[in-house]
Each structure stands twice: as structure tokens, then as C-alpha cells.
Design a protein around this ligand. Structure first.
Ligand code: ZN
Length: 313
């Protein structure tokens, strides 16, 4: 009797949000929904599907509420939405997102440039969002990804003490999970091990996901480094869509297909079926004609004889 093995890591697909908001083309709603359904069919059980920001700033996300409502119908799927303020959080709660994710930058320069608030102001904003969630009596999770945790193109080095202090302040503000993002692709595996080890020592099971970028080719190495020190949730995007507007020809986000291949080849269950994951590139390409996709595994194909656990299939 086939029993689906419990996934040992969670692959959190961010393409429909992080990816789509980084490209200028607007994917039609129906195409987004087909793509999200294909990702779900491949076994992904956490997908960041939209960003609740004013449509005049991000027309790509104008259909956020509709996309969330539709994704909620997919069995077993945790539907995540990015929010930046109370207004966005309210809209995401109204649409029924299961988890809100809020980016908070450790670099004051990056924070001011991105959201015109200091990191301290953002902690207060997050505290208000947690209060809104609590008042809604919905079981919605609130998580933060600390951006520029490993370095910042504006500020340069970001002191690790600043990152940890910010993480602790966010935990005290009531955030359920706090992860670290290599927004600018500056992290290396030694740094990743050190910072996630400190984060986990400070926050215990409130320490969250690794959001790594492949800007300089270290995305998978950094994910593995995080895995080695106990991280079990990893953000990535199908075809490496999004994440890096500065380096044409280089993927920004870690490529989901390559990440899943790495873990599955190591015997670490992801719950994702690679053939179906690679097939999910078709609806993505159909919805964004001409947009370059990345990934070594889809290009090379699966190794001969590579078989995922029969129970997966
Ligand atoms: Zn990213």
C-alpha cells in the first residue's frame, strides 16, 4: 500500500510572488492559476502566491486576492502572501491567506530605499500586523524574512549582531517564524552556517526559512550549509524566476528543480515529484512568453536510473 513519505524538508515555492514581481510582463490571472495548480500537482505544499501592495506600484499583483482565494482550494496547500503594511495585511487576511510573510531588512540603507522605514520602524509595523492577525481570530501565521542578512549592495557588510538583534526583536513582537534572506547574493556557506546556528540558538523553533540567491552560483551550496545546521524550510522559484534584476543571464532565486534534485539525490524527502515539477515549467512559459528560465536539472534531464521513492509516484 503506497504511503506518501513525510517530507523531511519543506520547499517553499516563491515564483508566483518573488518571480512575477521581478519581471515587467504581467502574467494573466488564468495563467497564474494554471501554473500554481501545476506546482501543487508536483507536490509543493507551500507556495507564496501573491503580494498585497498597491496595484499602481506592482500591476503584476493586482489580482492578489483572486489568486489567494483560488489557491486556497488546493488540498493541503499553505498559501502565503507577502505584505508590507497593515492595509496589505488586512487585504491578505480578508482573502484568506494561511500565512503572511513580511520582509524586514537588516540594513538600514536597504530598508529606507525599499520601504522608506528604518528596521526599528518595521519592527513596530510587524507588531501591529501581529495584533491585527490576533484580533482577526484567524489561525494565520506571520513570518518575517530578514532581507540583506548576509550583506547589502548599498551598505556593504551587515554586522551579524545587527541581524540577530533584529531577529530577537521580531520574535518579541510576536512573529511566528523568522528566516534569513540573501537578498543580494553575497552569502557564502561558512557565513550561512554561522548565522543560522546563532539564529537557531536564539530563537529555537521560531527560526525559519533560508531564502538564498544564486547570483554568484552559491545558492545550492548555501542551502546545503543551512540544512547542515538544522534549517528545514527553503525558498526557491521554478526556473529561478526573479530575485535578481542586476545580473542578466544569472538566476537570482535558487532554482526549485535543482534544489529538489539535490535533496532527493541525497535521500532527503521533499514531497515533490521531479518529473511533474519540470512539467510545471510549461504553464509558466505559456504565461510569460519569452521570459528566460534557468536551471541545470531541467536542461540535463534526470540521471539514468534516477528513481524517486516508488511511494512518491
Ligand atoms: Zn528571492
Amino acid at each position: 500500500m503506497p504511503v506518501t513519505p513525510a517530507a523531511q524538508v519543506t520547499i517553499s515555492e516563491v515564483g508566483p510572488r518573488d518571480g512575477l514581481q521581478s519581471v515587467t510582463a504581467i502574467m494573466p490571472t488564468a495563467a497564474k492559476l494554471r501554473w500554481i495548480e501545476a506546482l501543487h500537482a508536483a507536490g509543493l505544499r507551500e507556495i507564496e502566491v501573491a503580494s498585497f501592495v498597491p496595484a499602481k506600484l506592482l500591476p503584476q499583483m493586482a489580482d492578489a486576492a483572486e489568486v489567494v482565494r483560488h489557491a486556497r482550494a488546493l488540498a493541503g496547500l499553505t498559501v502565503m502572501a507577502l505584505v508590507l503594511n497593515l492595509q496589505g495585511a488586512q487585504a491578505a487576511l480578508d482573502a484568506g491567506a494561511h500565512k503572511l510573510t513580511i520582509p524586514v531588512s537588516a540594513s538600514p540603507a536597504h530598508s529606507m530605499a525599499n520601504v522608506r522605514r528604518t528596521p526599528q520602524d518595521m519592527v513596530e509595523q510587524v507588531r501591529a500586523i501581529v495584533a491585527l492577525r490576533d484580533a482577526s481570530a484567524q489561525p494565520t501565521g506571520v513570518e518575517v524574512g530578514i532581507s540583506t542578512a548576509f550583506g547589502c549592495t548599498l551598505q556593504g557588510a551587515v554586522p551579524e549582531d545587527d541581524v540577530i538583534r533584529l531577529a530577537v526583536a521580531l520574535a518579541q513582537a510576536g512573529v511566528d517564524e523568522i528566516g534569513l534572506s540573501d537578498t543580494t547574493g553575497m552569502a557564502n556557506p561558512v557565513q550561512v552556517r554561522r548565522l543560522f546556528t546563532r539564529l537557531r540558538a536564539e530563537l529555537g523553533d521560531r527560526a525559519g526559512a533560508a531564502h538564498m540567491h544564486n547570483t554568484r552560483g552559491l545558492g545550492l551550496a548555501n542551502c546545503l550549509a543551512a540544512y547542515d545546521v538544522g534549517v528545514r524550510t527553503f525558498d526557491s522559484s521554478l526556473g529561478g524566476l526573479g530575485g535578481c534584476p542586476y545580473a542578466p543571464g544569472a538566476s537570482g532565486n535558487v532554482v526549485t528543480e535543482d534544489l529538489v534534485f539535490m535533496f532527493e539525490a541525497m535521500g532527503v524527502g521533499t514531497g515533490v515529484i521531479l518529473e511533474k515539477l519540470i512539467a510545471a515549467r510549461a504553464p509558466l512559459m505559456a504565461g510569460l512568453p519569452g521570459e528566460p528560465l534557468y536551471g541545470m536539472t531541467p536542461e540535463a534531464g534526470l540521471p539514468q536510473g534516477f528513481a524517486q521513492d516508488a511511494a512518491h509516484a
